[in-house]
Ligand binder design. Sequence first.
Ligand code: SF4
Ligand code: SF4
Length: 160
Amino acid sequence: MNRTEWEAICDGCGKCCLHKIIEDDSDDDGEEHEPVESLSPTDYIREGEELLYTNVVCHLLNDKTCSCSKYSQRTKLVPDCVQLTQDNLDDIFFMPPSCSYRRLHEGRGLPSWHPLLNKGKKTAMHKAGMSVRGKVMKDDEVDIHDYEDHLVTWPLEDVD
Ligand code: SF4
Ligand code: SF4
């Protein structure tokens, strides 16, 4: 698969651009948990830890089209921006269940709302509620210490 074919698999939902927090269930000492982004990025999760999604999205995401506004410069502008490749798919735990790469990796195939199955349009995906459109705030509007007030479960939903 060449790069163009690989990138075409992406549904452009924008869910991977949401900030996430890793919560340690075993750490029940009442102390406030720090958002993982305030510490360092991670590519693994420990037993007993849970990945929680927020509705806070990278400021470079166009929240109407759900596309990156600086795609070619994204890794320079946002060093933590995740670049999925065929070689790092095993570290895919942080991607939402509806992510096309995750679905294919898990043998679930593409969903009926995927743009590739809808003449390249995102309309069906937005209608199915599978994108971030209309549900997010930008990370330059929310203090990182307030991310725990923005936890949401809708990014975990997957249909079809
Ligand atoms: S730089 Fe672009 S692709 Fe990366 S997280 Fe931000 S909006 Fe998403
Ligand atoms: S979650 Fe997956 S399919 Fe959706 S935009 Fe991100 S990489 Fe693409």
